[in-house]
Design a protein around this ligand. Structure first.
Ligand code: CA
Length: 463
């Protein structure tokens, strides 16, 4: 074990919070002063990505350091096999005090048994925003109040009672701002008097892309239900007006939920200051994946497109990370556990596929850092949200996506040149000018599939 003092690790994660709804990422639709505080006093990651953009799989990857095909959680339907090696288990064994409060979402059928935590209290599945039922070390209890406040208070209460002589690892996992976007009373009237700016591609017609984008069932307006909208739309709206009205209904509630998360992060940062722990605590704020905020006319995630692929990630650790710094290395959710272990002076176990990015956070990116990464989304039929299964790779400039439906279903490719088309509105897969790029990227995709050990079908027919 390392001789260096081992820092505390406070890992705060929300659910479905996109980076472009954080002011430190240049949001034009809201302000997040407390999240910005972490970025201002630490670092913002501009290229942090998930390897499968959906809740349960991303959470499994964050604990195990493995891709979905190896940790056994490719979709929302699987429970995580708790016998796997996880970062919390290793930290606990190394003397860290460990706890998780809030959303777990890795057990189904009444199984809510986070392993590797001294203390846990988690929501069943998605859980409720108001007066949530939670499993408190296995015991079912109902907590009065708003989930984001409750999860914060549980976290602070545990911190107050901890053994001050040993470092802690705390996972504060908010349910917000996940669907159905129910704000608390304090933020219920926020944005009431204003219109939130619409994204430039709210009325995307899905031309110049494959079938998957056109067929995706997550359109603002058309695919919302009554629970999402909460009130009856005004009578007599045209289709375009209804989309605009639905967007405002949705995005305001979403941002109100974000505002509550932001306030509660402020409470935790203030607590660290008051306790004199700010210097010795690594504070991370992230979300399990990104989200479409009306971009491409969508809500939801799943796609390998930027808004859903990118995870917000801000981190503060004054002993090692320069205030106000920014990093654009390709960093993945599977790297998180290796980072936690590195801070604890522990080696990354061989079965973890991710690597520590502690040096990157210090401004010393290793010379052999990855220049591309593999992504795979499996869940193509889920309660009415249909997004084609796909896998692909992203480099600093390009993104190649291979879509498939149930075999022997259709197969399609998309290629985006992110430098020329950052909004991903025009696939250049069939453009002869990109033939060389396509050939190179296909070769790289085959190499990545082999490297991560994903040999599952289908392979493209026109490989
Ligand atoms: Ca999520």
């Amino acid at each position: 074990m390392s001789e260096e003092p081992r820092p505390n690790i406070l890992y705060i994660m929300s659910d479905d919070h996109a980076a472009h709804a954080m002011s430190c990422y240049g949001s034009v639709i809201n302000e997040t002063p407390q999240m910005d505080r972490i970025a201002d006093e630490g670092m913002r990651l501009d290229n942090c990505f998930c390897t499968n953009s959906i809740c349960t799989p991303s959470r499994a990857s964050i604990l195990t350091g493995k891709y979905s095909h190896l940790n056994g959680v490719p979709t929302l339907r699987e429970s995580m096999d708790q016998r796997q090696m996880t970062a919390p288990k290793l930290l606990q064994a190394a003397g860290y005090q460990t706890a998780i409060f809030g959303k777990w979402h890795l057990g189904h059928g009444g199984i809510h048994d986070p392993q590797g935590f001294d203390r846990w209290c988690v929501l069943p599945g998605q859980g409720l925003y108001h007066d949530p039922k939670m499993f408190d070390q296995g015991e079912e209890r109902v907590f009065e109040g708003y989930a984001t406040d409750i999860i914060t208070e549980m976290s602070l209460d545990w911190l107050e009672r901890r053994d001050a002589d040993r470092p802690f690892f705390l996972m504060t996992h908010h349910k917000a701002p996940h669907r159905p976007w129910e704000p608390d009373d304090r933020h219920a009237d926020m944005y009431e008097e204003i219109d939130i700016p619409e994204p430039a591609n709210l009325f995307d017609d899905y031309s110049h892309r494959g079938t998957a984008a056109r067929e995706a069932k997550m359109r603002i307006g058309r695919d919302f239900n009554e629970r999402d909208l909460k009130v009856e739309p005004p009578a007599g709206l045209s289709e375009e007006e209804f989309i605009r009205w639905s967007y405002q209904r949705y995005i305001k509630d979403y941002l109100r939920c974000v505002a509550s998360v932001d306030d509660n992060i402020g409470r935790m940062l203030d607590w660290l200051d008051d306790a004199g722990l700010a210097q010795d605590t690594v504070v991370i704020y992230t979300s399990d994946q990104g989200f479409f905020l009306g971009d491409h006319g969508w809500y939801d995630k799943r796609f390998m497109y930027e808004e859903s692929l990118r995870m917000p990630f801000v981190v503060r650790y004054p002993r090692e990370i320069a205030a106000g710094s920014v990093n654009d290395d390709l960093i993945l959710n599977i790297d998180f556990p290796a980072l936690f272990l590195d801070y604890a002076g522990l080696e990354t176990p061989r079965q973890m596929q991710g690597v520590s990015f502690r040096d990157n956070l210090r401004g010393q990116t290793p010379a052999d850092w990855r220049e591309s990464f593999y992504y795979r989304y499996y869940m193509h039929i889920d309660g009415g949200h249909s997004v084609w299964a796909h896998y692909g790779l992203r480099t600093a400039r390009y993104k190649l996506i291979f879509y498939y439906e149930e075999e022997p279903g259709p197969q399609e490719w998309e290629l985006f040149d992110l430098q020329e088309d950052p909004m991903e509105m025009h696939s250049v897969y069939d453009d002869p000018a990109y033939a060389g790029v396509v050939a190179e990227l296909k070769e790289e995709l085959a190499r990545l599939r082999s490297e991560v050990g994903d040999q599952e079908n289908p392979w493209p027919e026109d490989w």
